[in-house]
Design a protein around this ligand. Structure first.
Ligand code: ATR
Length: 272
């Protein structure tokens, strides 16, 4: 077993509730595989206590970073000294690096995790035309990461179409050359089709898009992890599409989180 000493770098995960968090297992396994002398511990922080805890963590000299999860992701934005363009656009931070001077650098890696998960399964989004259902928190992170990854165009469709339009305008303010449109429920004409809504989580949910329009040439991807095969993925499979599950989004994010917390801040594109 890994011995914790005075040289061990400390990492945290700030959450409430804390009992269910699984990230420490994944991160600690990752550190072990890399032979890195670090340990992640769960830190239980109630909703009104984030600022106090974060102020204290700034002064902890052997702390390199922490993961931020429910309910703290939005509040963490204002507590960082520097945040990435993605975190600013989405309005949430899920990982922080503490530099040696005690400054805190934050970003949001949900979208990058999704893109890394696609690549891990051999799907390169660069150059593909993409259709995304949803314009909430998760979908915004994915939309931004897809544009950064170089999709040829992105269509965003949302029940509340104003939110899709706002998302597109925010992305355009950072990537003015991106080809972005608001779409309908019909995903025809796109190579990569993604469900970024919460539809499919609960039994009896409606489909997030017109699955009867799917064609075998399309890749259909989910962000929902439980159930693994959502009604959308079942419908896509029946129509001969390649399907992509939700789980790689999280598993691929672990390595990105570990790198960021250790100070590899390539993700930190500061907003103009
Ligand atoms: P998350 O953080 O999981 O992304 P969210 O920000 O609340 O959660 O976003 C949920 C997304 O699922 C939104 O795109 C939402 O559409 P609206 O913006 O119109 O609310 C979508 N969604 C949730 N329930 C839906 C439903 N019954 N029909 C259509 N879209 C739904």
């Amino acid at each position: 077993m890994h011995q914790i000493t005075g040289n061990t770098r400390i990492f945290g995960i700030l959450a409430d509730p804390i009992q269910h968090v699984k990230t420490p297992q994944g991160i600690n396994q990752h550190f072990a595989a890399e032979a890195f002398d670090g340990v992640m511990v769960p830190i239980h922080v109630g909703e009104g206590e984030l600022a106090t805890v974060v102020q204290g963590l700034r002064a902890v000299r052997n702390l390199s970073g922490f993961v931020v999860t429910v309910p703290h992701k939005s509040a963490m934005v204002a507590l960082c000294d520097q945040v990435s363009a993605a975190a600013r656009l989405i309005g949430a931070v899920n990982v922080v690096h503490r530099s040696a001077d005690g400054r805190l650098h934050g970003t949001m890696l949900d979208g990058e995790g999704f893109v890394a998960g696609l690549r891990q399964q051999g799907i390169e989004p660069a150059g593909l035309s993409a259709y995304l259902a949803g314009a909430g928190g998760a979908a915004s992170a994915i939309a931004f990461a897809l544009v950064r990854a170089g999709v040829s165009r992105l269509t965003v469709a949302n029940r509340t179409s104003d939110k899709a339009l706002q998302l597109i305008e925010r992305i355009r303010s950072i990537h003015p050359a991106a080809v972005l449109n608001v779409g309908t429920e019909d995903p025809s004409g796109h190579e990569l089709v993604i469900n970024g809504t919460s539809l499919g989580l609960r039994p009896g949910d409606a489909l997030p898009l017109q699955a009867d329009k799917l064609q075998a040439s399309q890749v259909v991807a989910e962000i929902i992890m439980q159930p693994a095969e959502t009604p959308l993925l079942s419908a896509a499979k029946a129509r001969g599409c390649r399907i992509h599950f939700g789980a790689p989004m999280l598993s691929s994010q672990l390595a990105l989180m570990a790198a960021f917390m250790r100070g590899k801040l390539e993700q930190l594109e500061v907003a103009p």
